[in-house]
Design a protein around this ligand. Sequence first.
Ligand SMILES: C[S@@+](CC[C@H](N)C(=O)[O-])C[C@H]1O[C@@H](n2cnc3c(N)ncnc32)[C@H](O)[C@@H]1O
Length: 312
Amino acid sequence: MTFSIEVRRAPDPSRLADEVREGLTRTPVEIPPKWFYDDKGSQLFDDITELPEYYPTRTEQAILDAHASELPQVGTLVELGAGYSRKTKALLESVRPSLFVPLDVAEEPIHDAAVRITRDFPEIEVRGVVADFEDELAPLPGTDGDRMVAFLGSTIGNLTPEPRREFLRRVFRATAPGDLFLLGADLVKDVDRLVRAYDDSAGVTAAFNKNVLHVLSRELDTDLDPDAFDHVAVWNAEDERIEMRLRARRDLTVRLLGLEWRIAAGEEILTETSAKFRVDGIRAELADAGFSVVTTWTDPAEDFSLTLARRL
Ligand SMILES: C[S@@+](CC[C@H](N)C(=O)[O-])C[C@H]1O[C@@H](n2cnc3c(N)ncnc32)[C@H](O)[C@@H]1O
């Protein structure tokens, strides 16, 4: 079977400019995490998933390996924020869809996954979609009531509570009664382990974090110097989330989007929040968005969760 890739909305510089302009009005200044993922950033994230400190990928994979066979079979599997879809093999083997739809803001990993999956599962049609999951998700391919939407990797944690509620409502609107939603969510745990997962000893996460500044300096009219910032990962106990930030090494005056942006030494830009969840909380958020929770699986240490829900 061949594959196709539909570009609904490429991550274009004008959208980057709009989102950076908006982020500059916040305190601290924010750059949305979707802009990490150019080809280099996607590759760096893939490298992160292999790091000894980064437990989420291998833990979610182990949960999938243990429980994917309990999932119902459906005609269409949609994966949001799919990246390279490396964990999806276990899902495809059990769910046996005839159509697989990886959706991501980054095209290169979708293309890589489409080639691999078409080769490994010749009976499955792969229809990649380049889109922003912060836009309306409908129409999703497939037959109503015969879809599963998977959102793995705890990418849900990159959304703060209100955008997360809006995202879950968008998934609700894009699906039909009877469709399934499979959600991977990282759980609250020992703070040292959490921080190390976002500040590894080999410096890969630091390179990933700084990559967003390389994206800005390439795509926008700016004299921003990525090397003027340090990677920082901190636990925000009140909001139960890891925050990745970029801290200015010295006083800076940056020309950006026609503005003069003054940054004091030590000032930080917030580049990613990764909320950590409690099982009851994630189930309540799903119920609030109109899903009926079927079950939640965790690993024995309760580091990570995978919740299956049905759209009402
Ligand atoms: C943390 S990675 C997870 C990748 C993969 N699902 C996994 O479990 O390893 C987040 C993925 O979501 C994608 N992504 C981030 N923001 C997005 C957005 N707003 N719309 C679509 N994809 C997005 C990134 O390109 C990346 O592939």
